[in-house]
Write a protein that binds this ligand. Structure first.
Ligand code: NAD
Length: 280
């Protein structure tokens, strides 16, 4: 595993995706958002994960433009992800939603576009739209989010192009073995959202002991566990100190036993919605 903040993994279509990035869920438009994204890029982050529903694509776009100008970073060094929201799922509406997101971000392509949630009866038409966008060269990679194995099988049954990424809730209390194994076996890159369980794991004694052992923080131990499991991770923070802390993962390595100890914390416990029971 190449060992730095900008190391990438190849999606099955050859596109290189950073193994680590910044999430911006629940960060409202405004100076805090712009500062966080710019600071992360300045510090070496290359991947930013947003979504139409986060309502902050314009601020993310502003930060990207300013970072490129001020720090001399080129567009093709960055990896920008957004997601189509549930109310826009459909063939024409998904294509229109993509154009809207691009406009707000001020970009002429995205690196990755995802179906945010597997709304029954809607996600297949949306997938055809993502295939069109991909075939027309408007987006570098396409994927899904919150898809269970049965959703993936259903979409792949009729798909011309299988998803390149599945972004799901994943942390030591929710290790998602079934869907992770399916993704690994099918060449679909697995990506973690809420990798820090939205801050609910910091008092866990197993993680604290491992943090002490390596002179690292609990956040760093969890994020390192993601990377060693081959999982792309996008922790969210707007604080400079934490943006730096979360990216300092490349100077230590968890042993096999450490990895097993963390895997064993699994309780199939979600902090977010269950994809099989969504009502939004
Ligand atoms: P997270 O697990 O990244 O936790 C974020 C929380 O932890 C924040 O409150 C932050 O202040 C705190 N934190 C971050 N670093 C810390 C540190 N080093 N020490 C102490 N506290 C720290 O939660 P998240 O934001 O829900 O998930 C990350 C990203 O995943 C989101 O920002 C978003 O981009 C994506 N996401 C996607 C979906 C989806 O449905 N696809 C859903 C939720 C989140």
């Amino acid at each position: 595993m190449n060992n730095n903040l900008q190391s990438t993994t190849s999606l099955y279509n050859g596109v290189k995706m950073p193994r680590f990035g910044l999430g911006v869920f629940k960060v409202e438009e405004g100076p805090e958002l712009v500062h966080a994204v710019k600071f992360a890029i300045k510090h070496g982050y290359r991947s930013i994960d947003t979504a139409a529903i986060y309502g902050n694509e314009e601020g993310v776009g502003q930060a990207i433009q300013e970072a490129m100008t001020e720090y001399g970073i080129k567009r093709d060094e960055l990896f920008i992800t957004s997601k189509v929201w549930n109310s826009d799922l459909g063939y024409e509406s998904t294509i229109a939603a993509y154009e809207t997101s691009l406009g707000k971000l001020g970009l002429d392509y995205l690196d990755l576009y995802l179906i945010h949630w597997p709304v029954e009866g809607k996600y297949k038409d949306a997938w055809r739209a993502l295939e069109t966008l991909y075939k027309e060269g408007k987006v570098k990679a396409i994927g899904v989010s919150n898809f269970q194995v049965h959703h993936l099988e259903d979409v792949m049954k009729d798909a011309e192009i299988k998803p390149m990424v599945n972004q799901v809730e994943y942390h030591p209390r929710l290790t998602q073995q079934e869907v992770k194994t399916f993704c690994d076996n099918n060449g679909i890159q697995f990506e973690a959202w809420s990798p820090l369980m939205q801050g609910q794991l910091f008092d866990n004694t197993v993680l604290q002991e491992l943090a002490n052992k390596y002179n690292k923080t609990v956040a760093q131990v969890i994020l390192r566990w993601d990377l060693q499991n081959g999982v792309i991770t996008i922790p969210k923070s707007t604080k400079e100190q934490r943006i730096i802390e979360n990216s300092n993962l490349f100077d230590f390595e968890l042993t096999k036993d450490d990895m097993i100890q963390i895997n064993n914390l699994n309780q199939n416990h979600r902090v977010g919605p269950d994809p099989d029971n969504i009502d939004f």
